[in-house]
Design a binder for this molecule. Structure first.
Ligand code: ZN
Length: 238
């Protein structure tokens, strides 16, 4: 095989390597994944707000329940005294009864407030459960997308290894001077074509015709000698 042809094949493999990287970097699943990630972020912040509201209402509810327990204890204590045979006067009994009534009313008020809080909490708990479900569904979708990305990455990795093996074999049979010129130009070109084929009198890298004077000159070079396209500077394989 002509030395320039070896270089051209190395160039083709490098293009393949770029395509593999580009494919893996630009998988549509990455965009989908970013969308799900954003969605999970929104759901999490909505959940934090709801959790805060729920905790607040539940704190109020506990406070009221504690208050009810205190009132009940007091009422129990009162009725013990009321039925205690040691009560000294009817007046004292009257006062205790009045207090028991007041306590009873107060307890009812607080119990109503507890019911109101529970009613307020119910839709919040429902909304929170709904957020939890949406978040688990999004997490499941994310896992599925991650699996697709993982498979694509491992396939790309295998293909990359195969291409790199082929490339290494070609580099062994290539002219080291050619390879180093090619590598230098490739590093400087940042993705632009550094190799072109001379097809007829046209350079395949820039698709321009090589002027006839240059073409004459190129055809007179030794088959393995490097030549550049005068239009784009690509190394010409011929
Ligand atoms: Zn060219």
């Amino acid at each position: 095989m002509n030395q320039l042809e070896v270089l051209a094949q190395i160039g083709d493999l490098d293009i393949r390597l770029d395509q593999i990287s580009h494919h893996v970097t630009n998988l549509p699943e990455r965009e989908i994944r970013a969308g799900i990630e954003a969605e999970l972020g929104v759901l999490a912040s909505e959940a934090r707000v709801l959790d805060g509201q729920i905790a607040d209402l539940e704190r109020q509810q506990r406070r009221h329940e504690d208050e009810v327990a205190r009132i009940e204890a007091k009422r129990a204590h009162n009725s013990e005294r009321l039925y205690d045979s040691h009560l000294t006067s009817p007046k004292e009994a009257e006062a205790l009864t009045a207090e028991a009534d007041a306590l009873g009313r107060h307890q009812t008020e607080i119990e109503d407030q507890i019911l109101e809080l529970m009613e307020e909490l119910e839709p919040l708990h429902e909304a929170r459960a709904n957020l939890g479900q949406r978040s688990s569904a999004a997490t499941e979708r994310m896992a599925a997308v991650d699996a697709v990305i993982g498979t694509a990455e491992s396939e790309a990795g295998k293909e990359r290894d195969e291409v790199l093996d082929q490339r290494a074999a070609l580099v062994i049979s290539a002219d080291p001077a050619h390879v180093s010129v090619y590598e230098e130009r490739r590093a400087a070109a940042r993705g632009a074509a550094v190799l072109g084929r001379l097809i007829g009198t046209t350079c395949s890298a820039c698709h321009l015709e090589v002027p006839s004077v240059d073409y004459e000159h190129i055809t007179q070079l030794a088959p393995d000698e490097l030549a550049e396209c005068p239009q784009c500077g690509a190394l010409l394989v011929r």
